[in-house]
Ligand binder design. Structure first.
Ligand SMILES: [Fe+2]
Length: 253
């Protein structure tokens, strides 16, 4: 299975998923149709599915045009079927859905929005995390609360460590600057920042990242770690309080 990031709008990524054996092709979170159409034309591919992690405009903006052009089926969360444009296949939390030869597990991960989901391709160990988990960051909390967001991130943390993370935006550089500010002696983070700097200097995507690196370097996934609690002068405080503090700091960064 091939996964190709397609830059859209200013800093969004849509992803084309192409199953070479079954010839099934999907796109995750097409914020606009044109870059998707031009990639599919170039590779002579037909689109079968449009997968949406959540209903925000910069994730569904291309749905209508792509659906019409390719007669593709739109796949999203059942709880958001009233606001995912053109939805055909409405999936539940923990449901397994078949894409070509792949099994996809749906994880409901509210916080950024109430109906946010992650598509986890089990065999391929690829997770599409939308605007919930970013590389070195997490999404803003718009509809849910901090408790929900932390629980959602904890769900993602339980995926296999070698899971590749495909997120909705190229925010990694700015996220790394924030992590460094509060976690400045984290050697893994420093290494990852150097990698990110090189990639961005060459205008290359920092995505996919992988869960193992994120667990070591992403401050939002480290709220249960004592060394971070000490750095924040919050020793012995519960993980939730650390997460809320870090999210608030990031909101004003
Ligand atoms: Fe969003």
């Amino acid at each position: 299975m091939q996964i190709t990031p397609i830059p859209c709008l200013t800093d969004n990524y849509a992803y084309i998923i192409s199953d070479n054996n079954s010839k099934i092709v999907g796109v995750v979170d097409p914020s606009e149709a044109l870059p998707i159409i031009s990639f599919l034309n170039k590779k002579n591919l037909q689109l079968s599915y449009i997968l949406n992690t959540h209903h925000h405009f910069d994730h569904i903006g291309g749905n209508a045009e792509l659906k019409k052009l390719y007669n593709a089926k739109v796949v999203g969360f059942v709880g958001d079927k009233h606001r995912i444009p053109g939805i055909d296949i409405a999936l539940k939390d923990n449901e397994k859905w078949t894409f070509g030869n792949s099994q996809v597990k749906i994880l409901h991960i509210p916080g950024h929005t109430l109906g946010h989901i992650c598509f986890f391709f089990e065999k391929e160990k690829a997770a599409f995390t939308g605007d919930t988990l970013f590389s070195l960051g997490c999404g803003r909390i718009f509809e849910g609360d901090h408790r929900q967001m932390l629980t959602s991130l904890e769900k993602i943390k339980k995926l296999p460590k070698d899971t590749k993370i495909y997120c909705g935006h190229e925010y990694t550089y700015k996220n790394a600057e924030f992590c460094i500010k509060y976690d400045n002696d984290n050697i893994d983070l420093k290494k990852q920042f150097e990698k990110v700097k090189k990639l961005r200097l060459n205008n290359l995507p920092t995505i996919p990242t992988n869960l193992e690196d994120e667990l070591k370097s992403n401050i939002f996934l480290r709220c249960d770690q004592n060394d971070l609690k000490i750095k924040l002068n919050m020793k012995n405080q519960e993980d939730f309080k650390i997460f809320k503090k870090v999210r608030d700091l990031k909101d004003s960064f």
